[in-house]
Design a protein around this ligand. Structure first.
Ligand code: DC
Length: 648
């Protein structure tokens, strides 16, 4: 059997992904170029089986289309339908099946023979065929009535009133709306209830944007759902490129659904979306209607086998008539993951294995999975790209025994995302890279909170090097030494032993084996002296090797990387760090932030000393990424820093 082993993410996710162009938009844009008969250049287009089928059918109808997959562009050079006779093959592409049938029906005096993949023989066409019959087309079935394959004789669309039953697929209504441009008189469409309404809205909005010479296609929001869900199981952060540009696709709401459910946190950074894992999951019951965003229900359903809560997904009956009966296929596969599944006509209720149900953190869940999911799991995919992509996200969970999930017939993803598994593998590779990160800046610019939050999100070790200087200042003062006696300080350091302990993911320094508390090192006396001690060359020299050793310490501790905050990390300690970030803020903002923390030391004075000292002065090193945080919220700064790190 043809299967693919999914390789788990042994480190937290740290990846950036550019989703393919939207399938729904690419095929609508092609259809709209054809109905208007005007040349059009599409950028950001999707190249996959479904859009290639669409282009191929249009080619058979006489359109001239040149495509450049590497550049993601399609040029409809000549959009006129010239062929009144053609054999059209729609594969299992719902959009092509409905759009091309409606488009060909608008030709006067045509004879078209249609065939498809066997799976398409079962998918709903009746609502469309009946509407086209009302408009003048005649159908001759080669198999079941109102289904593929068939021969269609056409007389153009006469226009006027037409009833469209799109209760089984919104594509039926979309097809009639778009082909309606070619009707002899304007169409007056009446339709009852439809499913997946946002797709009809997408059609209406796109119809109003055509004809046009250039059209830019958004990234595919459904494809993005897999990478939005990835940090739920891997932890860490995934950047979804250009996601903020999504305007037309209802499926973008999937991200809000998982964020509102507390499964991820998100932040827009420029044109991109940063999706971050959370430290703990809540275990309250969850019920969501996925009717509007049903292509993404599979993404949540597969991850549900991992989540410590009962999840009911409703409004998905119509997906039983899609690539496969998705409701029953998902139920069957979820049971292989020891999940409790209740399948109803219109819904799925999923409860993970009872042992997972009690967990709160990712680590606990992964341990419970290791104990309760026996052997390897082989996921059957029913020729359904979404089943393959959804489950492979779950397969990225690292349950401590290497690859544990196999996906049958992985090539089925080519329907909408041929390179999906390569992109997933690249994301894993990027996450595997051990990164040393320097976050420098003056006092009260938010170094500490940004460093801690970024380290917690990415599963990196955190080191506050300011605390190193504070600890040393404390011990030296205790020994009766003063910063204006550099020689005595230097000789005292000869007998000072440093060691390290971990508190959570923060490395803490021990001088002479002692752990000092925050009260000890963050008081007036230390504030007044630390910068003076830190300006002594012998003190800096003494700490250099120790601070550099933190990278190996983090590596041997199994961390994915280390984030060190300080004043000279990117300039002196790790000038070749993967990412060097320098935070700054205007003085007013910093003073206000300091006051909020109840600290009254003079930042100005300390900064002046740090900047003026001869050795390792506080500077934004050349090539570092400067973030001016004055007008940014804390979450924004953290997100920006994470994006810089992930991309380093
Ligand atoms: O970040 P902080 O305020 O805890 O730092 C205390 C002092 O330590 C600061 O005034 C200068 C010094 N320091 C340094 O010189 N180099 C570092 N990498 C970190 C701190």
């Amino acid at each position: 059997m043809n299967t693919l082993d999914i390789q788990p993410f042994s480190k937290y996710c740290a990846a950036e992904v550019l989703p393919v162009g939207s399938k729904s938009i690419t095929n609508r844009a092609l259809m709209l170029a054809a109905v208007h008969g005007k040349p059009c250049r599409l950028s950001g287009a999707l190249f996959s089986r479904d859009t290639e089928i669409m282009m191929d059918c249009l080619g058979k109808l006489g359109l001239k289309i040149s495509a450049n997959p590497a550049q993601r562009t399609i040029f409809v050079e000549d959009a006129a339908i010239k062929n009144k006779k053609a054999s059209l093959f729609v594969g299992n592409a719902g959009t092509a099946a409905r759009f091309i049938t409606a488009l060909a029906a608008a030709v006067d005096g045509g004879e078209y023979s249609f065939d498809s993949d066997a799976a398409m023989y079962e998918r709903p066409m009746e609502g469309l065929i009946k509407a086209l019959e009302e408009q003048g087309a005649q159908f001759y079935y080669k198999g079941k009535p109102y289904h593929f394959p068939f021969l269609m004789r056409t007389h153009g669309l006469k226009g006027g009133a037409v009833r469209v039953d799109a209760s089984s697929s919104s594509q039926i209504l979309s097809a009639v709306i778009m082909a309606g441009v070619l009707a002899k008189k304007p169409l007056e469409i009446t339709s009852g209830e439809t499913v997946s309404k946002p797709f009809v809205e997408m059609t209406r909005r796109m119809a109003s944007q055509f004809p046009c010479a250039e059209y830019d296609i958004e990234p595919d929001a459904t494809a993005a759902s897999y990478f939005a869900a990835l940090p739920i199981v891997t932890g860490g952060a995934c950047i979804i490129k250009n996601f903020a540009k999504v305007r037309l696709q209802g499926d973008a709401r999937f991200v809000s659904v998982i964020e509102e459910a507390g499964l991820v946190k998100t932040q827009i950074v420029g044109d991109d979306l940063l999706v971050m894992g959370v430290p703990e999951f809540d275990n309250s019951d969850m019920e969501v209607d996925f009717n509007d965003i049903s292509d993404t229900f599979l993404t949540l359903a597969s991850v549900a086998a991992y989540l410590p809560r009962r999840i009911k997904i409703k409004g998905i009956k119509h997906t039983r008539g899609q690539e496969t009966d998705r409701v029953s296929a998902m139920a069957k596969e979820l049971k292989k993951l020891a999940a409790g599944v209740i399948e109803e006509d219109d819904s799925l209720q999923i409860t993970s294995h009872p042992a997972l149900y009690k967990c709160k953190t990712r680590r606990q869940i992964l341990e419970a999975m290791a104990e309760n999911i026996g052997g390897r799991v082989l996921i059957s995919t029913y020729q359904d790209h979404r089943i393959a992509m959804s489950f492979s996200v779950l397969g990225c969970a690292d349950i401590g025994r290497g690859s544990w999930m196999e996906i049958e017939n992985p090539q089925c993803v080519a329907k909408t995302w041929r390179e999906f598994f390569t992109v997933l593998e690249a994301a894993r590779g990027n996450s595997q890279k051990f990164r040393v990160v320097a976050i420098d800046g003056g006092a009260a610019v938010g170094k500490s909170s940004v460093s801690k939050a970024a380290a917690a999100t990415l599963g990196y070790m955190h080191v506050d090097t300011g605390a190193h200087y504070r600890n040393i200042a404390y011990v030296l003062l205790e020994q009766g030494l003063r910063p204006d006696e550099p020689e005595s300080v230097a000789s005292a350091l000869k007998n000072m032993k440093l060691s390290t302990t971990l508190e959570g993911n923060s490395a803490k320094i021990l001088c002479q084996g002692r752990v000092l508390g925050d009260d000890d090192i963050r008081c007036e006396r230390i504030n007044a002296n630390v910068s003076l001690f830190a300006a002594i060359p012998a003190v800096r020299e003494f700490l250099k090797d120790y601070q550099r050793s933190m990278a190996d310490f983090a590596k041997s501790g199994g961390f994915g990387g280390v984030i060190m905050e300080g004043r000279d990390i990117g300039s002196v300690i790790f000038p070749d760090a993967c990412a060097r970030i320098f935070l700054d803020a205007d003085e007013q903002t910093r003073q206000a932030r300091r006051a909020k923390e109840g600290i009254t030391d003079s930042i100005k004075k300390r900064d002046a000393l740090d900047k003026a000292r001869k050795v390792a002065p506080l500077v934004c090193p050349e090539g570092a990424s400067l973030i001016d945080t004055s007008n940014m919220g804390k979450d924004e700064v953290i997100a920006k820093a994470i994006c810089i790190i992930v991309n380093s």
